[in-house]
Design a protein around this ligand. Sequence first.
Ligand code: GRF
Length: 202
Amino acid sequence: KNIVILISGRGSNMEAVVRAAQSEQWPARIAAVISNRADAGGLQFAASHGIATAVVSNKDYPSREAFDAALQAEIDRFEPDLVVLAGFMRILTPGFVAHYEGRMLNIHPSLLPLFPGLHTHEQALASGVKEHGATVHFVTAQLDHGPMVGQAKVEVLEGDTPETLAARVLVQEHQLYPRAIRWFVEDRLTIADGKVLIDQTQ
Ligand code: GRF
């Protein structure tokens, strides 16, 4: 299976996926890493691992629709079975999301449905929750919604700052996201009635 990963920055989740795909010998290849920012740190890691990279800058397009059309054209050159959003910081248009229905995953740094949107670690600390974490979900038109594939939890500790909490959640993201993507490439995920069923028989 072909996987295309979209990033906007550091790309540590992308890196975790690339490393897992290699070391666990997934029946898949990372066909490309595409960024909306030329300065995304993750592009160098991808290139140095022999992965095709591309930049489609949202600043070069007059509207979200025009940007998403260009992005879609670039992604589809690689004939993806799965599109992975890994810290991709753009809100996608409904047409784009529909095009990849059932084959686009996102990781969000909260235990959805709690704290959609930005600044999730600040939101978690402000609300006083005792646990926090990350969620992998299929992407649907509504931001940070969509059928959930899995979650990873961390305890919120006394004295946590958004930074310390984010760092602890990130460690979990790097375990959770590769595992969820592996399930997809092994054809173990089915979406039924808005819920993800995971085939545990393999
Ligand atoms: C992660 O926390 C991810 O959950 C969120 O943005 C961050 C991206 O980090 N969507 P990285 O670029 O994968 O290092």
